[in-house]
Write a protein that binds this ligand. Sequence first.
Ligand code: KIV
Length: 294
Amino acid sequence: MSATPAGRPAARVTTTDLIAMKASGERIAVITAYDVSGARLVEAAGVDAILVGDSLGMTVLGYDSTLPVTMDDMLRATAAVSRGAKRALVIADMPFMSYQASVEDALRNAGRFLAEAGAQAVKLEGGMAVADTVGLMTDAGIPVMGHVGLTPQSVNVFGGYKLQGRDSASAIRLVEDCLALEAAGAFAVVLELVPAELAQMVSEELTIPTIGIGAGAGCDGQVQVYHDVLGLGDFTPKHARRYTEAGAVIGKAVSAYVDDVRSGAFPTEKQTSHLAADVVAELERILPLTDEEG
Ligand code: KIV
């Protein structure tokens, strides 16, 4: 856990801290994580917030979209991330159909992320269509991050993972979506796959921070997927930068382990524990337990 100079644990980043960061022009760094080790690593590296994204469907569970991800998947991952993150704001992504069918479902499911899984906020996809739900959640004490532009849970409506808001009508709709989310009480909004000029205009319109992914440098912060940044997959989306090749590092380490197991070079004395001599002697006296006829 990081500590203040006085030795006290650093205070948790709050949703109001993120709004203050925007006001003071400080950029916000967000990344996804899905388990306790990932959460510890990204927190130690200094991120402001961790998104437990439903991208877990692809990065961790091996699906080809986020649509099959369940509440149980997200609650389990969020609880693990919460156990690893003591300072960063933990935001849980609400999975497909956990908030679309009814406001009651939405409130109950959102509340579970805070009450059972230790998150400080939730994220859901959509603009005006979910603004009332966002308002009710906020009133109920559940901070909400919006998500507009390419919203992956609607991939079948969009017909693919495509840049959104390219003509003026859809660009205006996107601005209206963001304003509706802000008016409903959202503390931030993710802009995914949005042209940079539009993202910049939205960022200037809103008092809450915009967190971009594939939306250019004019957003108030950025969010990236852990596996993309670390080079853990074969495919790198246009919006991502591989900061390392962790997949290759892991592959090399595991193949050295396999070689050592096969050659007998692992384990050595260093990785081995022993019985006391008197216990060895006692066991040698009584073993084998099976009699010769048995
Ligand atoms: O699920 C996720 O990782 C996300 C980010 C891409 C914003 O929603």
